[in-house]
Design a binder for this molecule. Structure first.
Ligand SMILES: NC(=O)c1ccc[n+]([C@@H]2O[C@H](COP(=O)([O-])OP(=O)(O)OC[C@H]3O[C@@H](n4cnc5c(N)ncnc54)[C@H](O)[C@@H]3O)[C@@H](O)[C@H]2O)c1
Length: 297
């Protein structure tokens, strides 16, 4: 069965992008959020995305047509009507997601497939709450999905392979490059690689072994990479690494040192990364993009 109508639950940063991407590639999309205020904000985000897509794909007409395929609702039963695939992008909290899946499972048609966009959790944490564990898996997008177009697809042991294939086809049909994981893995492929890498850079900085630009320069010259860990951290922003290290501080105080340094030297100074124009580098012309950056030390 091909998916025709999609519902996206949660119209925040990622939900709004997933909704627009799906509508842009021809799907009817119903967008669900918890109340009028939240759905109003979601609508604003989606309206702003119209221009981003029109510019990126150089296609005003297609972007306008996408706007016409989107509907909005705060009523879960209404939003789910006639929907083949639900993409969940609600906040990254186990209690919120479990509660959401329980309510969704009660109103959605038996045939409807559910996927989660969770970055850090596993499908097996929610499968039983959905009432259809065989039709439940993860479909994980990256922020700015129109250009960072990876889709990580990951079932739990009870997912039926048929739906892994259907979701993979769906991901391709909306312009994604799918990566199907053979087993559950926290952080999928990308974050399994990226999170320890970024934290290794932060550790060198927190222990005052070397400064961020020196660390990046070493990495970039040695490996030929276009950015080092601190250039990447400016893209990610300071909030996520701060929260992650803060949460781990109880396990090992070294994480607390990283969190404190990120807070006092970056967050408290408004240096949040590219989003605020300054992080470990100043934008729009970060030092690492200057060809001379790599020619000397
Ligand atoms: N932000 C990212 O870069 C990113 C990247 C990949 C995946 N994700 C994942 O996407 C999911 C959402 O993240 P986000 O950054 O878009 O969050 P967000 O806070 O921007 O948006 C969450 C949305 O969910 C809504 N919401 C809250 N409770 C709800 C409920 N019970 N039912 C329906 N909607 C509800 C909120 O009103 C809000 O609109 C998370 O699982 C996160 O791990 C985020």
């Amino acid at each position: 069965m091909d998916f025709k109508k999609i519902m996206v639950a949660g119209s925040g940063v990622l939900g709004s992008q997933i909704a627009f991407q799906s509508a842009f590639f021809g799907y009817d999309v119903s967008v669900y959020d918890i109340n009028d205020e939240a759905i109003g904000k979601g609508k604003q985000r989606i309206t702003k995305l119209r221009k981003v897509y029109a510019d990126f794909f150089k296609d005003e007409e297609k972007a306008d047509a996408a706007m016409g395929r989107l509907t909005y609702s705060t009523d879960l039963a209404e939003a789910t009507k006639g929907v083949d695939l639900v993409i969940e992008a609600v906040p990254e909290r186990v209690d919120i997601k479990q509660d959401f899946y329980q309510k969704l499972g009660a109103v959605a048609s038996e045939q409807t497939v559910f996927v989660s966009n969770s970055s850090t959790m596993l499908p097996s944490q929610f499968a039983e709450f959905t009432g259809r564990p065989d039709k439940f898996l993860a479909l994980h997008f990256a922020n700015s999905i129109w250009q960072n177009n990876t889709a990580e697809i990951m079932g739990h042991p009870g997912t039926d392979q048929l739906y892994v294939e259907q979701v993979t086809d769906f991901a391709r049909s909306i312009g994604m490059i799918p990566f199907v994981l053979k087993k559950e893995q926290p952080g999928y492929i990308l974050n399994t690689l990226l999170v320890p890498f970024l934290n290794a850079g932060l550790t060198l900085w927190a222990k005052d072994i070397a400064d961020p630009h020196t660390i990046d320069k070493n990495w970039m010259i040695s490996t030929g990479s276009p950015r080092g860990p601190f250039g990447i951290l400016d893209v990610v922003g300071m909030e996520t690494p701060y929260n992650l290290n803060k949460a781990r501080a109880e396990l090992d105080p070294a994480y607390g040192v990283i969190a404190d340094k990120l807070k006092s030297e970056m967050i408290d100074q408004g240096k949040m990364g590219i989003a605020t124009g300054e992080g470990f580098y100043k934008y729009p012309n970060p030092a690492y993009s200057d060809p001379n950056f790599l020619k000397q030390n």
